[in-house]
Design a protein around this ligand. Structure first.
Ligand SMILES: Cc1cc2nc3c(=O)[nH]c(=O)nc-3n(C[C@H](O)[C@H](O)[C@H](O)COP(=O)(O)OP(=O)(O)OC[C@H]3O[C@@H](n4cnc5c(N)ncnc54)[C@H](O)[C@@H]3O)c2cc1C
Length: 363
């Protein structure tokens, strides 16, 4: 089949590669001038183990499976990563109960090696930590996400696929037996494809509304959950990822590490109406308070505004976590069309597994 994938973020690239490996003729249309200019360049670069998500959700399934596939992919393609492990820490009895329920969920999800450890054992691993107990997850890690995406792009091209940059998809309609797709951008025009996959991230709903005959009720609402990060201006004190217990809409302000060992903190959850990426320095105050619950030694004036990302969420404040939504022909009634909505965390981790599932829907 001639397949058009809309969006060159980690999800579009993983799908395009999987489709090319399955023998299809693949084109990716990307609105901007490069790969990974959207959500995929503004995250924590954590390979999640799959601890939190309710069993049998797409997030649980594709996180656990995608994580195993991602480590294998990185090993095979020389993508820099580190399985540094993660501690989810409890600083009081109520949090201890929460951490115990995360442990039970993680085991149900089939996550390997998770265990509960006491405060002393946690401090033996990370001396600066203050907690009364913690969940230890040895399978969690960090990855050079840009290196990973470049490797996906390379394999796509090796299999004859290509990316058209500065090529926003404006609208599309089914003209049996093909999809007629109109492009804007530098070189506007139109082309026909056998199948279309909408992996447009924050633009997925807007594009779905421009698909002729797509049922309006089948386009979910888009909720923007901004996540702000602060860098740490000092020598790193942790060598593992440190997470508090989760909060409404996110995993809590955690310690993330990059592959050079630098520490940063975030993301928090800020519900916003319009896309914007500025980090308000005044948010530092709440970061100090939250981080000091598990790291009392955080020095004054050590946090500096870093960057922000926006989660393409399907649920708002107080509504509980929505699952990923992969809408195929059985959901909307149009042939050989798949829309991906709400691909927030753990989308990076889940990408290879999600990609296989999407390509199977086209078979
Ligand atoms: C703050 C934050 C932290 C996160 N941390 C993690 C983490 O640690 N681990 C993890 O596994 N996941 C994490 N995630 C989730 C992960 O980053 C996302 O799930 C993933 O990057 C989504 O990729 P995507 O390809 O769907 O979207 P994007 O990367 O946004 O790609 C979509 C692309 O589509 C293009 N586009 C849009 N409209 C059109 C159009 N009409 N025509 C052509 N192109 C179009 C855009 O320009 C963009 O390049 C995090 C997310 C956030 C926001």
């Amino acid at each position: 089949m001639q397949i058009l994938v809309v969006g060159a973020g980690v999800i579009g690239l993983a799908i395009a590669r999987a489709a090319a490996l399955a023998g299809h003729d693949v084109t990716v249309a990307e609105a901007t001038g490069g790969i990974a200019n959207g959500v995929s360049s503004r995250n924590s670069e954590v390979i999640h183990a799959g601890l939190y998500y309710p069993t049998d959700t797409l997030r649980a399934l594709h996180c656990v499976r995608g994580r195993r596939m991602l480590y294998e992919f990185c090993a095979a393609h020389g993508v820099h990563n580190r399985k540094c492990g993660k501690l989810v820490v409890a600083t009081n009895e109520a949090e201890l109960a929460k951490v115990a329920s995360i442990l039970a969920q993680a085991r149900k999800n089939g996550v390997e090696g998770v265990e509960m450890i006491g405060g002393n054992a946690a401090r033996a691993m990370e001396a600066e930590l203050s907690c009364i107990g913690a969940l230890w997850s040895p399978e969690t890690g960090i990855v050079d996400s840009h290196g990973y995406m470049r490797a996906l792009w390379g394999e796509l091209e090796d299999r004859g696929g290509m990316i058209a940059f500065e090529t926003p998809v404006e609208r599309l309609g089914y003209r049996a037996p093909q999809w007629h797709v109109e492009f804007g951008g530098r070189d506007p025009g139109a082309a026909d494809f056998d199948a279309v996959i909408n992996a447009a991230g924050l633009g997925a709903q807007s594009l779905a509304r421009r698909i002729e005959g797509y049922p309006a009720a089948a386009v979910p609402r888009l909720v923007l959950g901004k996540g702000n990060y602060f860098g740490f201006a000092g020598r790193p004190v942790f060598s593992r990822l440190i997470y508090p217990t989760p909060i409404d809409g996110g995993l809590g302000v955690h310690v993330t590490l990059d592959l050079a060992g630098r520490m940063r903190f975030g993301p928090d959850v800020e519900w916003i109406a319009q896309e914007n990426y500025a980090v308000d320095p005044r948010r530092a105050e709440s970061f100090y308070a939250r981080i000091r619950t598990y790291w009392p030694g955080l020095p004054d004036d050590s946090l500096v505004p870093d960057y922000a990302g926006i989660r393409p969420k399907l649920s708002g404040p107080g509504e509980g976590q929505a699952d990923f939504l992969i809408a195929g022909p059985a959901d909307h009634g149009l042939p050989r069309l798949v829309n991906l909505f709400g691909i927030e965390s753990p989308g990076l981790t889940a990408s290879l597994s999600l990609a296989e599932a999407v390509v199977k829907q086209l078979a």
